[in-house]
Design a protein around this ligand. Structure first.
Ligand code: KIV
Ligand code: ZN
Length: 529
């Protein structure tokens, strides 16, 4: 099947910006950079790398991506506020292809309650912002939030003013996931059609949220109504119920080329590797029955289906697993695998670790391979991710012991090392995890309140590593971290210590609170846009 017929639909990936706003998702700079590398391999057209005004951390993450990643355009988000736009413009300055994306709101409910400006003031401020953004980049995107609850005539006026001021892409978002496909298509056709009648070169873009489970359906309906950019995220991550899922939209356009008559430039064979990387790094698991990238997406269970597929795959398969890179990915490694094979496997998964990081990761791999027979790609991703988590001068787990059992009082001893000095303490708890975490609190002297705690097996089998994700409040600072081990108490301990380190690092280096769209606690938290 040819995937290169018809016009191209531009794929703007916003995993690192809107996707990172997923409740529970948190990515450090290094993880963002690795994902950006993988998105470049996926060949998306635009990577929205973050919201630089939000914090110095966000600014730095976007700048690093702009300096390093070649191929896709690197975009940065900014409100229609001078200092936001300047920050976004500076953050993407080093990119070979850069974009400033400035946004306001389009509905009266937002104008009256959030922005507190009149419609006319909003038009004037938007046009001014686009003109300022053009001084940083010839490629400027303009969005108005909540267009699906806005007055269409007003949207035409607002988007026309943005186009007149020099916006090259006009994004018409369904911010609250309110639209139904026919209705959204009609909105895109109307507003897009009216503005394009005067500015034929502008690209109409769509950005949908999944509150009613219709983000992909709405995006595809909009494409049929003339939109030529889709904003989406890997695994459909994003604020609340998430954004349009990149893999679903791309594969729908490809699989139903007969209907759309369009194509994307995405290298679909990289879809599964990037999905996996994003899932491991954010700690947000992909549900088994998720379209395209779920573990069951290509599994045929019923006898009738299996029989059909064995006779002729196309009886029940509209796509092939290899089309999305799902075959041949899980090369099993064991303790006899050498350093060279290890390095090669990490590189194949799109990870670019330094020599020192490879050495440290290899030690952990050998240690793990001693405990469990098969080490899978997801285990390796988890080990590699831990290397990217390093915070200088941080606490490190030196030793722990916990005794527990039916009728016993769980009691823990923990030793933490910091800058060469080892401190130890002991405590009881109502379970082994409670006991070790309480002991950490005693050593560190800043008690944390566990807000979320989840354990998940990374791969299959009784010997699988368990990944523990925790969210901890230290006073007003809320931080998240993950850690994996074949011992889940050790994983919990490491994840908790990682939160302690983050909060201490954040307190030393707390950025000024940044204004922005609704955001979670920024200080001492891994950067989130
Ligand atoms: O959902 C939304 O409207 C957004 C904008 C900033 C584009 O994320
Ligand atoms: Zn959004």
């Amino acid at each position: 099947m040819s995937t290169h017929r018809g016009e191209r639909v531009i794929i703007m990936d916003t995993t690192l910006r809107d996707g990172e706003q997923s409740p529970g998702a948190s990515l450090n700079h290094r993880e963002k950079l690795e994902i950006a590398h993988q998105l470049a391999k996926l060949n998306v057209d635009v990577i929205e790398a973050g919201f630089p005004i939000a914090s110095p951390g966000d600014f730095e993450a976007v700048s690093r991506i702009a300096e390093t990643i070649r191929g896709p355009t690197i975009a940065a988000l900014a409100r229609t506020v001078e200092k936001d736009i300047e920050s976004a413009g500076r953050a993407v300055a080093a990119a070979a292809k850069r974009r400033v994306h400035t946004f306001t709101s389009g509905s009266d409910i937002h104008l009256d309650n959030i922005l507190r400006v009149t419609r006319a003031q909003n038009v004037e401020r938007s046009a001014r912002s686009v003109r300022l953004a053009r001084t940083f980049s010839d490629d400027v995107e303009f969005s108005a939030q909540d267009t699906t609850r806005a007055d269409r005539e007003y949207l035409v006026e607002l988007y026309t003013a943005a186009a007149e001021a020099g916006a090259t892409t006009l994004n018409i978002p369904d911010t609250v996931g309110y639209a139904i496909p026919e209705e959204y298509a009609a909105l895109i056709a109307y507003v897009g059609g009216r503005v394009k009648a005067r500015f034929p070169d502008v690209v109409i873009s769509v950005h949908c949220h999944d509150d009613l489970g219709l983000a992909v359906a709405n995006s595809l309906a909009a494409v049929r109504a003339g939109a030529r950019q889709v904003e989406c995220t890997v695994n459909g991550l994003g604020e609340r119920a998430g954004n349009t899922s990149l893999e679903e939209v791309v594969m729908a356009i490809r699989t139903r080329q007969d209907l759309f008559g369009l194509h994307t430039a995405v290298n679909t064979r990289e879809i599964y590797p990037v999905s996996r990387m994003v899932s491991r790094m954010t700690g947000l698991t992909v549900q088994r029955n998720k379209a395209i990238v779920g573990a069951n997406a290509f599994a045929h269970e019923s006898g009738v289906h299996q029989d059909g597929v064995l006779k002729q795959r196309t009886t029940y398969e509209i796509m092939r697993p290899e089309d999305v890179g799902m075959e041949g990915t899980d090369l099993v490694m064991g303790k006899h695998s050498g350093r060279h094979a290890f390095r090669h496997r990490l590189a194949k998964m799109g990870l670019s670790l330094s020599d020192a990081e490879i050495d440290a990761a290899y030690e952990r791999f050998i240690d793990l391979a001693d405990k469990k027979k098969h080490v899978y790609d997801d285990d390796l991703l988890s080990i590699a991710r831990d290397q990217m988590d390093a915070i200088p001068n941080a606490y490190e787990l030196a030793y722990f012991h916990v005794s527990t059992g039916t009728g016993a009082v769980p009691t823990a001893t923990v030793r933490l090392r910091k800058e060469g000095a080892v401190t130890q303490d002991a405590s009881c708890g109502d379970g082994p995890v409670d006991a070790v975490l309480k002991t950490v609190d005693r050593i560190v002297g800043i008690p944390g309140r566990l807000l979320d705690f989840s354990v998940q097996a990374i791969t299959v089998g009784k010997d699988a590593m368990g990944e523990v994700s925790v969210r901890v409040a230290f006073g007003k600072d809320v931080v998240s971290a993950k850690a994996a081990s074949t011992d889940i108490v050790e994983a919990a301990l490491k994840a908790y210590v990682s939160c302690v380190n983050r909060v201490l690092a954040g307190r030393q280096d707390a950025p000024a609170a940044a204004p922005g769209p609704p955001r979670k606690t920024r200080r001492a938290r891994r950067s989130k846009a």
